[in-house]
Design a protein. Structure first.
Length: 514
């Protein structure tokens, strides 16, 4: 059933225009500023995993004040939910919204999914200095709340400069630790690493552990794009487990995946390793996005960074990402290749895919050397649906998007509704209550938030109202920006930021310091 065919369509339009209310509400959303809000007659899923229940939620000054069977009060805006589900606003624990948030403060791709908080500074890359980023967000305003990690690669670049393709010295590690402390003092959640990327790929485990200990000493957290998601995944898991063991702080695996054919089906075995670590007392967790394909660079497929190595390229296209499952989202040497698959480019050039990959990667390397900038990006298909289901079902995985606000991967506009449609309603992998928990309360727990993620008195009034019968992602590889359907309304700190398929002008989001 399409959104336009649903009987709640007209109701929701009215609700979100602010005209279905009591207590003197006579105009639209503009008349609601500063007034208490009652969201009535909704199925409340509170983020704890507990069964849903019918009730109402009262909001004042951006905070949830009451939850239950509530009577309306004078001068109170009332939104009649007509039995839709009201849940905590979703928390995207691995987001690249920082790339576009200053230009797109309405954060439409996020709020249209029900996301109210984005966690940036991922994969070892973070806004630097963080205080400057916070100031710019505060000045421009944001529809969503923002929190950030400090990127290992960012501070490594700052200390080592152009000479990053080597292990750091003790003095350089000490200099990175000093920068890290400054960024943590600015309010970051902890340290993020991108150990499959430049320049983190050149760091030793000792360097990473030293920096992680600095974060732990400041009572912070660690999140990591592992050193390998394919060939050396087991060793990479051992590394993050060891960081958790030595430092004692929570450690989270970013966008957990089994990105190699020979790993497919081994999810239970690998999760057993993590469960054993948890029994040991190591707080290791993960986030997952619900797609079989990722977005990165061509070089991520080649740990040795040598596109002239035909054997390595052939292995990558056989085991890691088949050529028909690779398409280009950026290719500055020949922009006409954007949107084309590797097999199509190979056919156009009348060469085999391995040769095509080698030629394209070498041309990109030459241009990048001239410009000093990244000049290519691809989407690669490496994961298997059964493994995604296995990882999603682990009790210690929460949901993320790994997307940006202007993304050529559909995860940027569709990840969270895709969970609700595909894995709850269609496949019945998990209950709606469990899915909401993985998007809200569990995500808040994994990030160390104690003031949001649940529909409870005293929590921030970050809320999403949606129809569980029709909510679904619409973004595809061909149309990655298509917004989801079935998300009726989104509030951040009690202010309406999304309604009737559109972002509002409200900018109540704040930077969440820890």
């Amino acid at each position: 059933m399409l959104w336009g065919e649903h009987p709640f369509r007209l109701l929701t339009t009215a609700v979100l225009a602010g005209v279905i209310c009591l207590g003197g509400c006579t105009r639209g959303p503009d008349s609601r500023a500063g007034r208490p809000l009652l969201i009535a007659n909704v199925e409340i899923i509170d983020g704890s995993g507990s069964p849903r229940f019918m009730g109402s939620v009262r909001v004042a000054d951006g905070i949830i004040t009451e939850v239950g069977n509530l009577e309306s009060a004078d001068d109170e805006v009332i939104v009649h939910g007509q039995g839709l589900v009201l849940a905590p606003g979703f928390i995207d624990t691995h987001s690249h919204a920082d790339r576009h948030l200053l230009d797109q403060p309405d954060a439409l791709a996020a709020v249209s999914q029900g996301i109210t908080t984005v966690i940036v500074g991922q994969d070892g890359q973070s806004p630097y200095p963080l205080a400057g980023f916070i100031g710019r967000v505060d000045a421009s305003g944001s529809a969503v709340n923002v929190a950030a990690y400090v990127g290992h690669n960012t501070i490594r670049d700052a200390v080592l400069g152009d000479d990053v393709r080597r292990a750091a010295t003790d003095d350089e590690i000490a200099a990175m630790q000093a920068l890290l402390r400054d960024e943590l003092d600015a309010g970051a959640l902890g340290l993020s690493t991108g150990l499959e990327y430049e320049p983190g790929i050149h760091s030793s485990p000792g360097e990473v552990l030293a920096l992680a200990q600095t974060a732990a000493d400041a009572d912070k957290r660690y999140i990591s794009h592992l050193r390998s998601e394919d060939r050396r995944l087991e060793a990479a898991l051992d590394e993050i487990i060891e960081i958790g063991r030595v430092t004692g702080m929570p450690v989270q695996i970013s966008h957990f995946k089994l990105a190699m054919k020979s790993l497919w089906g081994r999810g239970p075995e690998l999760l057993a390793r993590l469960d054993a670590a948890r029994r040991e007392g190591i707080d290791v967790t993960a986030d997952v996005y619900p797609y079989e394909y990722w977005q990165s660079t061509m070089m991520v497929l080649l740990p040795e960074r040598d596109p002239t190595d035909r054997e390595a390229v052939a292995f990558a296209l056989e085991e890691l990402a088949p050529p028909e499952g690779i398409w280009f989202t950026k290719y500055d040497p020949q922009p006409e290749y954007v949107g084309m698959r590797l097999t199509e480019i190979a056919a156009e050039r009348d060469i085999d895919p391995v040769t095509a990959f080698m030629e394209l990667a070498q041309a990109a390397q030459r241009l990048a050397a001239q410009t000093g900038e990244s000049v290519e990006a691809i989407i690669g298909t490496s994961m298997h649906e059964s493994d995604i289901r296995t990882l999603l079902a682990w009790p210690h995985t929460n949901i993320c998007s790994d997307g940006s606000l202007a993304d050529l991967h559909p995860r940027g506009a569709g990840a969270f509704p895709r969970i609700l449609a595909r894995y709850v309603r269609v496949q019945e992998l998990m209950s709606l209550e469990t899915a909401v928990r993985k998007m809200s309360g569990l995500a808040a727990d994994h990030m160390g938030f104690d003031d949001r993620g649940y529909v409870r008195a005293g929590q921030a009034a970050d809320l999403v109202l949606f129809d569980p019968d029709i909510v679904a992602d619409r973004a595809t590889p061909e149309a990655p920006g298509q917004l989801a359907e079935g998300i009726a309304a989104v509030w951040v700190s009690g202010e309406l930021v999304f309604s009737n398929g559109r972002a509002t002008d409200a900018r109540p989001g704040v930077f969440l310091r820890r």
